[in-house]
Design a protein around this ligand. Structure first.
Ligand code: BG6
Length: 491
């Protein structure tokens, strides 16, 4: 018997800046990711110095080409529907819709692209989960007022959300306000359009940006419900499980503290107020938020309908300096794995290798049970429906002589995670759906590489952006089709 409810949402997720390409088509201007080079060419430096990086001639910028989804969307949607997807999580490119700061009207040409995609997806039987901002802050915001550190972003964001809510009020039911909002702490350019090198007090800047986003998120939740009371509007974080490395109480405390850095965001979005530990954290770190009249009320009035997260890996937290010495690139947090070579861990200097887990080729620990743990933890904390909106394995794939990709490793990874999700549902978690990450190969967010592939569908394209863009079904394609057809029974 399947543990999954009848109307469970099965699908996949992509982000505009990793998929679409066509960075200057039909009036679009640059987004933060468009200025970044491929890893190995100073991408990490550029993430922290985007204003200077924008002046450099890198020759190739992976996000500017993506996988040319702007011209392959129809073929791609047909392929996704071929697996039986009943949901597709996508995002809009903010600078495609509002190419300049302060525009009163959106760019119709840009919106027409999303009109077509949404219409076609629905004809093919897919609901849409729309991420309003998936790491896609327009670069004009970085240039003009350092992104979300400035409150002017709140109105710009509301304008974007209102445009989408109104235009797609009958087409889109599920909305996510910000992708991995907790990534603001480690990934200020992607998550907030912030040039962190220009901030006098980087920690203060990050939390001010967080406050501005939380207020913006709450305001659009309220607005969305006014536009269509049936909208389901959710929060989303990079979901990290932090295990204490030992029974040493200090490790447990450190693991809790680390987890709170992520839960801080949905704590506000789901409960409508700042948690006590945040107030203590602000005080201890001399952070003084600019909170304006009406902000706290807005937070209260705009609580989310569901809480969603990405899940790739878990972390192991230790305060023992001898163990810390063993720290390598082995642990992962999706939201900050932007180092050129290896990966660093979620905000916690104290993360070490978990000896019980294997890792992917990019050093991300593989931990299916962590997904069950996290689903239970989040559902218990908020008592609101949850959704797994990203999960998957980024690996090298080889196209064989016969034109196939035998990605048994991906099938294994996903099968084990889906089983654990089923067990969490059996535990009592109200999980609405699962959109695995990157059903069609797209460029990696952290490194800009094409060789880090997640898809069921291979795209003929290399790290330098060369290739035919031909789409080829991998072995995992037929496997996922069976999973969906059996509603998670045949995994
Ligand atoms: C999440 C992001 O952090 O992880 C995605 O929401 C990203 O945009 C995904 O692609 C996987 O990370 P990467 O670096 O392997 O693409």
């Amino acid at each position: 018997m399947s543990n999954f409810p009848k109307n469970f949402l099965w699908g996949g997720a992509t982000a505009a800046d990793q998929y679409e390409g066509a960075y200057d088509a039909d009036g679009k201007t640059l987004s933060a990711s468009d200025i970044l080079p491929l890893s190995g060419n100073g991408r990490k430096w550029a993430l922290d110095h985007p204003l200077e990086a924008a002046k450099k001639d890198y020759g190739f910028h992976p996000a500017r080409k993506g996988v040319d989804g702007y011209h392959h969307w129809e073929e791609d949607l047909n392929l996704l529907a071929g697996m039986g997807f009943n949901v597709y999580r996508m995002s809009v490119s903010w600078p495609r819709v509002f190419p300049e700061y302060g525009m009163n009207k959106p760019n119709e040409e840009g919106l027409k692209f999303y009109d077509k995609v949404i219409k076609k997806a629905r004809e093919l039987g897919m609901d849409i989960i729309m991420t309003i901002d998936h790491f896609d802050t327009p670069f004009w915001a970085t240039e003009q007022f350092n992104g979300w550190t400035d409150r002017r972003m709140i109105n710009e964001y509301i304008k974007l959300a209102k445009t989408l809510f109104t235009r797609y009020r009958n087409e889109v039911k599920y909305w996510i306000t910000f992708n991995e909002i907790n990534a603001l702490l480690n990934y200020p350019l992607f998550a907030g359009g912030i040039d962190i090198s220009k901030c006098e007090n980087p920690l203060q800047a990050r939390y001010q940006a967080a406050h501005n986003q939380l207020v913006a998120s709450a305001k659009v939740v309220k607005l969305g419900h006014e536009i269509n009371p049936d909208f389901m509007i959710g929060s989303m974080i990079a979901g990290i499980v932090n295990y204490p490395n030992s029974p040493y109480p200090q490790d447990a405390l450190e693991a809790q503290e680390t987890t709170r850095k992520s839960y801080f965001f949905p704590d506000v979005q789901a409960r409508g107020y700042y948690p006590l530990y945040a107030k203590r954290f602000f005080k201890d770190n001399n952070i003084h938020l600019q909170i304006e009249d009406g902000d706290l009320e807005a937070l209260k009035q705009g609580t989310v309908d569901f809480v969603s997260f990405s899940y790739y890996s878990s972390s192991d937290v230790s305060t023992d300096s001898r163990i810390k010495a063993k720290k390598t690139a082995g642990n992962f947090s999706s939201a900050n794995s932007h180092n050129d070579g290896g990966t660093v861990t979620w905000d916690a200097a104290n993360t070490v290798i978990n000896p019980y887990l294997e890792s992917s080729s990019w050093g991300w620990a593989i931990d299916p049970i962590g997904l069950r743990y996290l689903l239970n933890d989040i559902y218990d904390r908020y008592q609101k429906p949850v959704m797994v909106v990203e999960n998957g394995l980024g690996e090298h794939d080889t196209l064989t002589q016969d034109g196939k990709v035998h990605d048994t490793y991906r099938i294994k990874y996903m099968s084990e995670h889906i089983k654990q999700m089923g067990l969490a549902i059996h535990d009592g978690v109200d999980c609405l759906g699962y959109t695995m990450w990157g059903p069609i190969d797209i460029i990696a967010n952290s490194t800009g590489e094409m060789s880090k592939r997640y898809g069921f569908i291979y795209v003929d394209r290399n790290n330098e952006g060369e290739g035919t863009n031909t789409r080829i079904k991998k072995d995992s394609y037929e496997w996922y089709k069976k999973v969906i057809a059996s509603n998670g029974k045949d995994v």
